[in-house]
Design a protein. Structure first.
Length: 274
């Protein structure tokens, strides 16, 4: 049932984009024929060379995904990192998109949607779309049974043990992915005291049980890892955009937030059967 709820919201985001771009903008695989159509209008002047330097443009061919939401939210700041604020952090000197931080465990390193850094501070963002409403539970690979984190990562070590012994502890929050991100940050940037920000999508005006559970699980995990070397914060895309708008009267920023809301802040109610 919850998987159907996730599919419902993904489909509505897809419909929003199809309504704006037209069905001919999408191929038979359901993805955009031209990745540039997945950019906000204000980002259309981006040159292909610049895009290829910053990230893989194929990530924009599914504009309804969290990856595309994050790119559209953070690319406007690429030349003005000193003006960016993230959940109270900033300003920054450098932004990096779609970065990987190895965990030291065999396998593909986890992906972070954004790294924002200055001389002695680093903030990482990992984003999720409505797929977190599904019922699939992520499990730690057996290789993590031997992982022993530094004492300053005690909270994350406790989370690791919890996920090993109680794999179903978190129903909506992908705590396994967040743990891997935190381990990667601690081992790649041990001197920066990094902060991991979990950025998630919610539909406007919806207060269903699944969304309340998701936020409850976020609070539970935040308490568990509190005080660790890798800090943890969470907020929705809508809360991030509201904060940007409240802090600045810059016309470009207000226009950008309006574009983001037009594409992602769909105001809908959950189907009664779900």
């Amino acid at each position: 049932m919850q998987t159907s709820l996730a599919q419902h919201y993904v489909a509505l985001l897809q419909q929003t984009w199809r309504g704006m771009l037209g069905a001919t903008a999408f191929g038979e695989d359901g993805r955009l024929v031209d990745w540039r159509a997945g950019l906000l209008p204000s980002l259309s002047p981006l040159a292909k060379g610049e895009v290829n330097r910053l990230f893989d443009p194929a990530r924009l061919r599914q504009p309804e995904t969290a990856s595309a939401m994050a790119l559209n939210s953070f690319l406007p700041w690429r030349n003005r990192p000193g003006e960016l604020l993230l959940a109270g952090h900033g300003p920054f000197r450098e932004l990096r998109y779609a970065a990987r931080c190895p965990t030291g465990v065999r396998g593909t390193p986890p992906l972070l949607d954004l790294l924002a850094a200055d001389a002695d501070r680093l903030v990482a963002v990992t984003a999720r779309g409505p797929d977190y409403l599904g019922s699939k539970v992520s499990r730690l690979a057996p290789a993590y049974a031997t992982v022993d984190l530094a004492p300053r990562m005690a909270g994350w070590q406790a989370l690791l043990e919890t996920l090993r012994t109680e794999p179903g502890r978190f129903r909506h929050l992908d705590a396994v992915a967040l743990l891997k991100n935190a381990i990667g940050l601690s081992r790649t940037f041990p001197e920066h005291g990094p902060t991991l920000i979990y950025l998630f999508w919610e539909p406007a005006g919806v207060d269903g049980l699944a969304f309340r559970r998701h936020r409850s699980e976020i609070r539970t995990m935040a308490q568990l890892v509190s005080g660790a070397m890798v800090g943890f914060q969470a907020l929705s895309f809508a809360e991030l955009w509201d904060d940007w708008e409240a802090r600045s009267a810059e016309p470009w920023l207000r226009d950008m937030v309006a574009e983001l809301r037009a594409r992602y802040a769909v105001a809908i109610e959950a189907p009664s059967a779900l």
